[in-house]
Design a protein around this ligand. Sequence first.
Ligand SMILES: C[S@@+](CC[C@H](N)C(=O)[O-])C[C@H]1O[C@@H](n2cnc3c(N)ncnc32)[C@H](O)[C@@H]1O
Length: 226
Amino acid sequence: MKQKYKFFLKRLLYYFYGEKFYKRLNYDWSKSPSRIEILQNIINTRNYKTYLEIGCDRNENFSKIVIDHKVGVDPERGGTLRMTSDQFFQKNKESFDLIFLDGLHTYEQTIKDIDNSLRIIKEHGAIFVHDCLPKKIWNQVVPRIYGHWNGDVWKAIVRARTYDYADTYTCIADHGIGIIFKRKNSNILKLEENNFKSLKFSDYFNHHKKFMNLINHNDINKIFRL
Ligand SMILES: C[S@@+](CC[C@H](N)C(=O)[O-])C[C@H]1O[C@@H](n2cnc3c(N)ncnc32)[C@H](O)[C@@H]1O
């Protein structure tokens, strides 16, 4: 209740001082599979053995993932290691088949987590990133002022889309799931703006298909290479 009141006050402040753009995208997440189903399906079809999750919270996803070896990192609760993602990547020596990034939902932290993951992902592995498709501006505002918080993770996906050494997609499911492969970019995004943090929700609303390289959940297997 106290948190709801704080969120309301912060929303009021943002309403006056923040970006004024209130159109919303019409995604219905109940019509597509959950992150848990998508991740497990990839693990099974690719015969993956090792899994890393950054940001585990109540283990809603982490506890359901079935795989030979799993590591979960969270400074607060859940997973197997009590530390931040930066602390983990600094000392980690393992590589992984599948990495699920769902930690601090800011642009700065997410792009750091993506860059660090690209260093340790196995050759035929994949990096999945949660919460890439905010439906409305309130889901995106940093710091959090609304129930479901996507943060500005989407800006990190836009940046990864400009890398020539990473191939990045966004699956339309479960609040948007970024999928990144360490290989030549097959559809590089050319942008005049290179200050990704300064992108606006209106930019995302107007260009999100091009920015995010959207795919349907039925097409996930097609973007994996043999
Ligand atoms: C959205 S929740 C994760 C949900 C979980 N992955 C799931 O699918 O149910 C985000 C979590 O990220 C954690 N977190 C926040 N900052 C972090 C950081 N710097 N490194 C790793 N995890 C972080 C929070 O403690 C929180 O538990």
